[in-house]
Design a binder for this molecule. Sequence first.
Ligand code: HEC
Length: 94
Amino acid sequence: MSGNPAAGKALIQSYGCGSCHVIPGIRTARGMVGPPLFYYSRRTIIAGELPNTPDNLVRWIENPPAIEPGTAMPNLGVTDSQAHDIAAYLYTLR
Ligand code: HEC
């Protein structure tokens, strides 16, 4: 995984992912709209759709509706390099 987890943590805060997700390590991330992201590195499937690989997680973060039309997770305009950083943080959750 090429991203920077510390940068990813800051991006998760600035994009407001925590308004919809409980995310370990991020105190303000308490949202209950989406699933909690506990132990993310151990998940086998992303959003019930894709095998949990680094490339697929980056694709999901960049544009969820492209993978699952109608999903409640919006396209937040995360760039490719930002998505790598965010995925790197989520993979620290073991
Ligand atoms: C408006 C609410 C909302 C926001 C903001 C949001 N998400 Fe989500 N997210 C969801 C929902 C709802 C799902 C479940 C999608 C599905 O299964 O269709 C989801 C699914 C996910 C998943 C897959 C979860 C699983 O169980 O496999 C990940 C990873 C994720 N979001 C990360 C993020 C990140 C990172 C951000 C910030 C860049 C973010 N989300 C912002 C609502 C949101």
